[in-house]
Design a protein around this ligand. Sequence first.
Ligand code: NAD
Ligand code: ZN
Length: 251
Amino acid sequence: MERVPAAIADALQRTIEGGGRICVLTGAGMSAESGIPTFRGTHDSLWSRFDPMQLARAEAWCADPALVWGWYRWRMQLVRDAQPNAGHQALADLARRVPLALVTQNVDDLHERAGSTVDAHVHGSLFALRCFACGRTHHGPLDDYVDGQQKVAPLRCTACGDAIRPGVVWFGESLPDEAWNTAVDAATRCALMLVVGTSGLVYPAAGLPALARRHGATVVEINPEPTALSAEADHVWRSTAAQALPQLLAV
Ligand code: NAD
Ligand code: ZN
């Protein structure tokens, strides 16, 4: 089994002994070992012919709502069929032992299903549906099965009749205030920030590690590949979420 690099074990131990807080920032790589593709991954479906960056936009929704809703229904289905991995589980266990704030860019619910309280879903959640026009929240129904090969006509708002959209933050949209403020607060106050499975290309979330560092935190990146954030991390661990995070519990 892989061991925690000594410098990272030291940083964790110092944080715990000093009563410091940990902030964990997760991205799509966190859920990769649960079988949920990252945006830069490849997959076999209708959607492999589309660029997620082009689908995750209000313009795409307005041009072809059934195309975009079909893509999101497929993603919801993938998440429903997936299970939290050992990394999700380890973060839930770690939070029972040390003060830990969990900030995720993920729109899935795998942290919650592993038993974590997510402090901030900075990019929203797949399952938090709301009306595109009036903003009213909706709860489905979403129980029909979609096979990931089809366009699906969006549900209609019972208040105004407009189409119901997924509760995620699309490119070009601002982040939900409350989640963002919580994330900034957690980054500012932590002694140790773990950055797990994010490419660090999507701002403002990608600015959180630098913010933590400016406020004195040690920043650790856990990612099998180099990223845009690697250079500003104090320590990098080239491993995966499900392999690395359970090892932290042994420190
Ligand atoms: P990204 O797709 O840009 O980058 C994924 C990162 O994860 C890469 O750096 C990759 O090297 C790393 N990675 C791959 N496998 C890993 C593993 N097993 N363990 C650890 N790291 C691994 O994802 P991003 O940085 O989160 O940004 C893209 C946006 O995509 C986010 O805003 C997010 O909302 C959205 N997204 C979410 C999900 C999800 O909720 N599960 C899935 C895809 C995309
Ligand atoms: Zn409405």
